[in-house]
Structure formats: structure tokens, C-alpha cells
Design a protein around this ligand. Structure first.
Ligand code: EPZ
Length: 419
């Protein structure tokens, strides 16, 4: 277990680069299972979720070779196993997206219920219902889902909710199904478009990715391809809030502001000053923040993964803001920790909170509940007066590469300790 000690209240300044998108890389890697020959993926972030995904892939038989920092070659020809290692799957929600490619290539897959951030029940019924509609049979034994099919046949699929990994899983299962599959009510995240582009480079025929309706014409076989992971919009959004709260001037490089348009509109309304170009954002410490309500939504709406950092921003706004988290029922679990630091947030129900600001924050001993809330508490420690100690940093390592080093480089007083 790792712990951060932070001495807060120091003004940050300088440049921070954004790494490859975790939630895109975690789907491109399993997608290589569909390729009859080798693939190369660049700009893969060095985070523990990726390490876990690569361990799962190697356990299945894949050969993974590091070419240089962030760039790996994937040879999945040797893959023979279709049962996912339970200890690894339980660490990683994204292990769900191994079901689609394994089912498409081997006509069978066995997986325990996936783990990941504790931010709600996180069912996988959308995935399983879609596989059944495509012609798979599903049985549950020894807390494993066993999914088998003679042949996947294209059909119309209408998920009951917008699901990111659900859309991605169905796309990969349908890429080699017989005939045409349409998915209505799809997720539209940049990770969906990036995955569709990669699959199409492998010879798939996927149209309208990024829109609520995706059309997939199944192909007999897909071949190897090379791709580069897009920038992580969630790192970008988090660093913007870090800059708005703690930095005289923070230059955020290698980012893709066009993946954050709604978020950028909303923080501008809240009084955050930014300057943007096509791959860079400069943010300045905001003196007078304005209260501004948000409702999280599927992309392109306000991202649920930026709800926690935004709530922290609103603790410094002059007035009252409503935070409405519509995607997950367990994603306001960090609020009590912010209140112990001096924030004034009322939790109305599992989906709604009211923030009254501005409230000065003081350093405390806190525990990180999940990736995004953990990062928020780190920013709170950086802006608070005095010392903070944040436990369970291992969760933050799942989503942010080399964080303490990068924060030190812009003036943060932060040390990492194994406990
Ligand atoms: C992805 O999770 C991301 N994870 C999450 O990021 C992100 O918060 C979420 O999408 C946003 O929707 C990865 O891509 C690895 P969903 P996912 O399926 O796909 C319900 C992070 O911090 N639902 O889009 O698991 C579900 O309960 C992580 O990087 C079903 O009911 O989320 C939720 O209310 C956290 N049945 C809603 O849909 C299902 O079968 C959206 O979930 C699937 C989902």
C-alpha cells in the first residue's frame, strides 16, 4: 500500500503533459485478439490498470513485446485460453471487454463478475443480453459467466442504458459475426470512435461510431494494424481544475481540448480562465469562482469522471451549487472526506449534493475511495493549508502515471511512501 504526504498551500507553476487515454488503451489491447497477425499500439499510459490488462492477455497466451516507452507489439496468434484469470479480472472493470473479442474468435469465453472502482453496482446485463441476441448461450457456474456460441449472427441491439464498455464489447463481438449488427442508443465517447477506427484498420466494417447508432457489417477475418492511443481527456480535465485551484499558470500539453467541449464551457461559466490551442490548454488560478450547477451525462455531456474534481472547484465558488451525478449511485462517496477538510457540502441523496462556498480547506488524514475521487483529494491536499496524508494511493496509480513526480515538477510538495 502507498501513501502520499502533501504540504499544501504552495502555488504551482509550469508545464504538465497528458498521457494516453486509460479508457481507450484498455479496449485497444483486447481488440488485438481479433487480429490474425501482429498489432502495434503507441502512447499506452504506464498505469497499473494497463499492467493488469497485459497480465490477463499474457495469461491467455498473447505475446507482448515492449518496443519503446508507451509502444508495444501484440501477437495474439498463440492465444488458446478463453477463461479469464479471476484474481486479475476482479481488479479491473475493463476485463469485461475481453468477452467480445474472445467470443468472436473462439466462440466461447468464461469470466468472473469484473471488479473495478466501487462507484456503484456496475452490472453487465447489457453486455450479456447483447451476446444472447447475437446467438450466444450463457450459464453461471462457480461464480463464472460461461458464454458459448456456434456462430454469432448480426442483429439489432437496443441497450436499456448508454454503456461505454457495453458498446465497445458489442462492437468487438459483432465485428466478426455473420451479417449486419446495429446498436441503437450507443455510447459516443472518444474511446468508442478510437476503437472503431482501430478495428476498421484491421479490416472491420464499422460505421457511424461516435453517434448514437453504430452499424457493423461482420467480416470473416481481421488482420494486424498499428495505432496510437488518443490523449486522456480525464487527465486533461483534472489538470485544468488543479491549475484553476493551485497554479499561477499551468500549461497542459499533448491534450485534445475538442474531447472536452461541454466541460470547458461549464468551467468557463464558473469563472475559470483558460487559453486553448488544438493540443494545449493554459489555465490560471481563478480568484473569483462562480457557483454553477452540473448534471453528469453520457458523452458529450459533462463527464461523470470529472464530477469529483468539479465539486472540489465549487467548494471555492462564491455561493451555492448543485451537483447531480446521474450515471453512478456510489460516486459521491468522497464528500465526507472533503467536509473533514473544511468543505461545506450536503449530501441530499446518492445522486445529489449541494456545495456552499467559498470554504478554506485544511490538511487532514484521508483515504482515497477510487481513482477519480482519490485524485480530487490529492488536489484538495495541494490547495489546503497544512499537511495532508492520503492513503490507498494504489487506487490512484490505476489511472494516473507517475503522478507525484509530475506534480513535483510543477512545484508540489508531495512525497510517496510505502506503508
Ligand atoms: C466506463 O465504465 C468507464 N470505464 C468509466 O470510467 C466511466 O465512468 C463510465 O464508462 C462512464 O459511463 C472504462 O471505460 C474502463 P457504463 P463502464 O457501462 O463502461 C449502467 C474511470 O474512472 N450499466 O458506461 O463500466 C451502469 O450501472 C472509470 O476511468 C448497466 O445497467 O460504465 C451505469 O449506471 C470509472 N448495465 C451506466 O450504465 C450494464 O451492463 C453507465 O455505465 C452496463 C452498465
Amino acid at each position: 500500500m502507498y501513501q502520499y504526504t502533501i504540504i499544501g498551500g504552495h502555488e504551482l507553476k509550469g508545464e504538465i503533459s497528458v498521457y494516453g487515454d486509460k479508457n481507450t488503451a484498455l479496449k485497444l489491447i483486447p481488440a488485438t485478439i481479433l487480429a490474425a497477425n501482429k498489432c502495434t499500439i503507441s502512447n499506452i499510459p504506464d498505469i497499473t490498470d494497463i499492467t493488469t490488462m497485459m497480465e490477463i492477455m499474457k495469461d491467455l497466451g498473447a505475446k507482448i513485446k515492449k518496443i519503446k516507452t508507451g509502444q508495444f507489439e501484440f501477437d495474439t496468434k498463440p492465444v488458446r485460453k478463453t477463461t479469464i484469470n479471476p484474481l486479475l479480472a476482479r481488479k479491473l472493470r475493463a476485463s469485461t471487454v475481453l468477452m467480445g473479442p474472445l467470443l468472436a474468435r473462439f466462440k466461447k469465453v468464461s469470466i468472473p463478475h469484473p471488479g473495478g472502482c466501487v462507484i456503484g453496482k456496475r452490472p453487465i446485463d447489457i453486455h450479456l443480453d447483447a451476446f444472447k441476441k447475437l446467438g450466444a448461450k450463457i450459464s453461471i457456474k462457480d461464480s463464472y459467466y460461461h458464454i458459448v456460441t456456434k456462430n454469432l449472427k448480426g442483429t439489432k441491439i437496443i441497450p436499456h442504458s448508454i454503456s461505454v464498455t457495453g458498446t465497445e464489447n458489442i462492437m468487438m463481438a459483432a465485428a466478426m459475426a455473420q451479417g449486419k449488427t446495429t446498436i441503437e442508443y450507443c455510447a459516443c465517447e472518444p474511446s468508442i470512435v478510437a476503437l472503431a477506427d482501430f478495428l476498421n484498420q484491421m479490416g472491420a466494417d464499422i460505421r457511424q461510431a461516435g453517434s448514437p447508432k453504430i452499424i457493423i457489417n461482420g467480416q470473416k477475418q481481421l488482420h494486424g494494424a498499428n495505432t496510437t492511443v488518443i490523449s486522456d481527456r480525464l487527465e486533461t480535465g483534472t489538470f485544468i481544475i488543479l491549475g484553476a485551484l493551485c497554479a499561477k499558470e499551468l500549461v497542459i500539453k499533448n491534450c485534445q481540448p475538442n474531447h472536452l467541449e461541454v466541460f470547458l464551457e461549464i468551467i468557463k461559466k464558473a469563472g475559470v480562465k483558460i487559453k486553448r490551442s488544438h493540443n494545449q490548454i493554459v489555465v490560471y488560478r481563478s480568484k473569483h469562482l462562480k457557483p454553477n450547477n452540473i448534471t453528469t451525462n453520457a458523452y458529450p455531456g459533462f463527464p461523470t469522471d470529472l464530477q469529483a474534481p468539479y465539486t472540489l472547484l465549487m467548494t471555492q465558488a462564491d455561493g451555492v451549487s448543485m451537483i447531480h451525478e446521474t450515471i453512478f449511485e456510489g460516486r459521491l462517496n468522497y464528500i465526507e472526506w472533503l467536509n473533514t477538510m473544511g468543505a461545506n457540502i450536503t449530501l441530499c441523496d446518492p445522486h445529489r449534493a449541494i456545495v456552499s462556498g467559498p470554504t478554506p480547506l485544511v490538511g487532514k488524514k484521508i483515504v482515497s475511495p477510487d481513482i477519480r475521487a482519490g485524485m480530487t483529494l490529492i488536489i484538495a491536499g495541494l490547495m489546503a493549508k497544512g499537511k495532508s496524508q492520503i492513503d490507498n494511493i494504489d487506487l490512484v496509480d490505476r489511472g494516473y502515471t507517475n503522478l507525484d513526480q509530475r506534480l513535483k515538477e510543477i512545484g508540489a510538495r508531495i512525497t510517496r511512501k510505502k506503508i
